[in-house]
Design a protein around this ligand. Structure first.
Ligand code: NDP
Length: 246
């Protein structure tokens, strides 16, 4: 892949947070970007308008990634409108924290459905339909490594995503499609802040050698490398982008 101007990137969960930063960054890099979201139509539309105002190319496409037929429909619609797909950034995810003893079935099932099955749904569709030379970037987390209490089910889904990443990289190598995962540490987004008081946030900042939380743009920069012309030799890797916390 050299000329990203002819390339199309789907970013799942791009209506806010890390996904929105990735969409903005890839559009600035020259990709035509598909801003996927589940429910936040207004935020996704606003992001697309913002990208267009700065000269980028973007469209919003609704699809709940936990639904395989919705993911298939998203690829159908992007192929119809753009002629093909080159990059899938499997960013959408949810995080509900609870110790194992207090985790209810609904939380377990939904976390698996979005983080593991949803990422799998995207990987499977991309494996069938990405143009040769394409790129897949999955989202893990540095909790795979830190293994803090209360992150059990969430960490389990991310560890499973890492396993799928290594295997799909081997399966798609013959078509020159790379498959990697990014594993951020704590990043200042709604997902991270939900349910945390200021003292907890401060202690998490202090744990980090660089003394701060990650910003969504820190992570978007890593994705930009992995999907861009300089990232082609990075394959089957999990890139922990976390300021050195683990
Ligand atoms: P946010 O909660 O800020 O944003 C999540 C995004 O995912 C939203 O755009 C949301 O859109 C979308 N989304 C949620 N469920 C679905 C679904 N079923 N189908 C499609 N889209 C969906 O999360 P972050 O930006 O913080 O996280 C992005 C990724 O990074 C996740 O995979 C997360 O696990 C990972 N990560 C985050 C870290 C952090 O500290 N923030 C650390 C390590 C990893 P909508 O509102 O429309 O549902």
């Amino acid at each position: 892949m050299t000329d990203v101007q002819n390339q199309v990137a789907i970013v799942t969960g791009a209506s806010r947070g890390i996904g929105a930063a990735i969409a903005r960054r890839l559009a600035a890099d020259g990709f035509a970007v598909v801003v996927n979201y589940a429910g936040s139509t207004d935020a996704a539309t606003k992001l697309v308008d913002g990208i267009k105002k700065t000269g980028g190319r973007a469209v919003a496409v609704q699809a709940d990634i936990s639904d395989p037929s919705a993911v298939k429909r998203m690829f159908d619609s992007v192929e119809a409108s753009h002629g093909g797909v080159d990059v899938l950034v499997n960013n959408a995810g949810i995080m509900k924290l609870a110790p194992v003893a207090q985790t209810d079935d609904a939380t377990f099932d939904r976390t698996i459905a979005v983080n593991l099955k949803g990422t799998f749904n995207g990987m499977r569709e991309a494996a069938k339909r990405l143009r040769d030379g394409g790129r897949i970037v999955n989202f893990s987390s540095s909790v795979v490594g830190l293994y803090q209490p209360a992150y059990g089910v969430y960490a389990a889904t991310k560890a499973a995503v890492e396993a799928l990443t290594h295997i799909l990289a081997k399966e798609l190598g013959p078509r020159r499609i790379t498959v990697n995962a990014v594993a951020p540490g704590p990043v200042a987004t709604e997902l991270f802040f939900e349910g945390k008081d200021q003292a907890t946030i401060d202690s998490i900042k202090q744990m980090n050698p660089l003394g701060r939380l990650g910003e969504a743009d820190d992570i978007a920069a890593v994705v930009s490398l992995l999907v861009g012309p300089d990232g082609g030799w990075i394959n089957g890797q999990v890139v922990r982008a976390n300021g050195g916390v683990v």
